[in-house]
Unconditional design. Structure first.
Length: 162
């Protein structure tokens, strides 16, 4: 380390953390290099950050638009985060808590209308339905369940255990 000159107030020499001093003309270049390397480090950190999983493609069954998935940690996390954006979400799991996939789903509007059918390829289904009352019937691992739900403004979740 280079020693800086003694000052009148200090009896000890002050050590500089830099072993050299830049001439005045080169100081702006040193500052520019320091800032550029910091920006590169920030960009490298942003590039290495995990990217959010992409949701499965939207499918259609009658008036129903839906996405089913949630297999794997990334997709499951993305599906659960998107639940707030859908009027109705369905979750499928076994009694022990393990996720269940390949569940047959039938959604029938109460008061008339065509039933909508789908096969859930994952444990989470996000459903875009018009407001109204629906009967949701599911069949998985040899068990049948049904529930009635009122779809409106607030997102709702039906949790089915097999």
């Amino acid at each position: 380390m280079a020693l800086l000159p003694l000052t009148r107030r200090c009896a000890m020499p002050v050590l500089s953390p830099f072993p050299f001093r830049l001439p005045r003309r080169l100081a702006p270049l040193g500052l520019c290099a320091l800032l550029t390397s910091g920006a590169s480090a920030v960009q490298a950190q942003a590039d290495s950050a995990p990217r959010p999983a992409v949701l499965p493609p939207v499918q259609t069954a009658g008036a129903l638009h839906y996405q089913c998935g949630g297999i794997g940690t990334d997709e499951s996390t993305a599906m659960r985060a998107a639940m707030k954006d859908y009027p109705l979400s369905l979750l499928f799991a076994r009694a022990d808590g393990a996720y269940e996939a390949n569940v047959d789903v039938r959604i029938t509007p109460q008061g008339g209308g065509d039933a909508m059918q789908l096969r859930a390829g994952g444990p989470v289904c996000l459903l875009q339905l018009p407001a109204g009352s629906y009967r949701v019937e599911v069949q998985g691992t040899g068990q049948n369940h049904s529930r009635t739900v009122q779809v409106g403004r607030a997102p709702q979740t039906l949790d089915f255990r097999f």
